[in-house]
Design a protein around this ligand. Sequence first.
Ligand code: FPP
Length: 250
Amino acid sequence: MSLLEKINNNKTPSHIAIIMDGNGRWAKQRGKDRAYGHQEGVVAVRRVVEAAAKADVDFLTVYAFSTENWNRPDEEVDALMELMVYSIVKETPDLIKQGVRLALIGDYNRLPLKAKDALDKSLKETANGTKITLILALSYSSKWEITEALKQITHDIKEKQLTSEEINEETFSNYLSTKGIPDPDLLIRTGGEKRISNFLLWQLAYAELYFTDTYWPDFDKEHLYKAILDFQCRERRFGKTSEQIKKEKL
Ligand code: FPP
């Protein structure tokens, strides 16, 4: 029985978020430069999107470039942006074929014009995809996103489009860049570190966390299915007791 066949279709995580870490170390191990690790990282993204779609995951969010990544050496930032543009242009026809809808979260305005153009085109061309939504977190950080939400809320209150009484968890969520997207059920981080790194802090409130030492370029469909199977063994209590959860299932 394959790992995919072992997955319980009634308990598939609807939304998986991934912190793709370890590209640089993977390349170093092979005596190559970091850019090579990122190139192989793109191959892994392709593999994992396909595998997630096969497992009937609805949303896959990948942390492709954080706000903090702008502080990396200029040549690495440039290489990553170029790789992004090249990959989006190259992969879009295949994304369309696979029924992948592309979406974006992050500070779009900070991206270079070439990246914006490639993304705009791909967002438009993949808009009708219904198999899976691939959300690229680009120039994204949670603290940035929450700060922007607060600025917009303050603005809307000032303009009388919102009252402070109307602010609750739901209305606040609607001010985040993930508006309309269900919160991740499962967060996977590759590369051995055990931290969240400013990623979806609000949205991950009740996600199950899965850490693996595997470097991102080595992460394949079997690794994904292992993570999903591990997720399916967890009891998600959302603050309730185990007894309450068991009763609800009856
Ligand atoms: C972390 O590894 C990875 C990144 C900062 C970039 C990830 C980007 C990609 C895989 C490209 C994605 C592109 C598209 C189009 C989706 P690291 O460099 O921090 O590795 P290290 O921790 O080993 O140094």
